[in-house]
Design a protein around this ligand. Structure first.
Ligand code: NI
Ligand code: MN
Length: 228
């Protein structure tokens, strides 16, 4: 069984067969983060897109753990420039890693990274399908609702979907409920809420609405976990 720990916002840690895969590790500057970046152990880091609240502490954590970053080509190249080991993927492409398979899907969003010299282009934003131990996790990244989620749901038996619900920058609650219908996951967990004032929505409202449609929806506490 694989264990997923929710680290608030879009950050989570997946543990499977001795591997630790960290996703979108925004901890420094995140008022909800249940752990310090210095305390995180991982051997891979997956990034959905280049926004600061997703790249987060990637450089420090990857250096300290000698972890490999998995991301789109533009982010992977930037990580290489920071002295990290990175494996580039791009939308629609997947690769078998020692822990399982990672495939990037489309997401409708932005992917600029803020630097001293302005915004740096970081390629297209992505969602991620991670398959470990025969179970498939879909991390939607930051995205609007899109109809091709139906195709993602048709072509993949999704055991756990992590969907943003915070509105303003991503889907809000009602769009995320529709996304759940398109994806048809065994379990859905809301993410990307409460971190900032503009995304301070109630995850229980999402859970109630998704359950009313017949889905197993669960709020996972910041620092809490579930097995898939
Ligand atoms: Ni974003
Ligand atoms: Mn975000």
């Amino acid at each position: 069984m694989a264990k997923l720990t929710y680290l608030s916002h879009a950050a989570c840690l997946l543990e499977t067969n001795g591997h630790k895969i960290l996703m979108d590790p925004f901890l420094t500057g995140n008022p909800l983060a249940p752990v310090e970046p210095e305390d995180v152990e991982c051997n891979f880091i997956i990034l959905t897109h280049g926004h600061g609240d997703h790249v987060g502490d990637t450089v420090d954590i990857a250096k300290r753990n000698d972890a490999t970053v998995i991301a789109n080509y533009e982010i992977a190249t930037w990580c290489g420039e920071q002295g990290l080991t990175a494996h580039p993927l791009h939308l629609g492409g997947g690769h078998d890693f020692p822990f399982g398979r990672v495939k990037l899907t489309i997401a409708h969003h932005g992917s600029g990274y803020q630097t001293d010299k302005g915004i740096l282009y970081m390629g297209n934003p992505a969602g991620v399908l991670v398959t470990v131990e025969g179970k498939t996790l879909y991390h939607a990244g930051d995205t609007a609702l899109f109809y091709d989620m139906k195709l993602i749901g048709e072509m993949n038996s999704i055991d756990l979907a992590l969907l943003p619900i915070g509105d303003n920058f991503t889907m809000g609650i009602d769009d995320a409920v529709k996304a759940t219908e398109f994806l048809n996951p065994k379990t859905v967990v809301p993410i990307h809420y409460k971190t900032f004032e503009v995304i301070d929505v109630d995850p229980n409202e999402f859970v109630e609405k998704a359950r009313a449609k017949g889905f197993d929806a669960q709020v996972v506490d910041f620092g809490g976990d579930l097995t898939i």
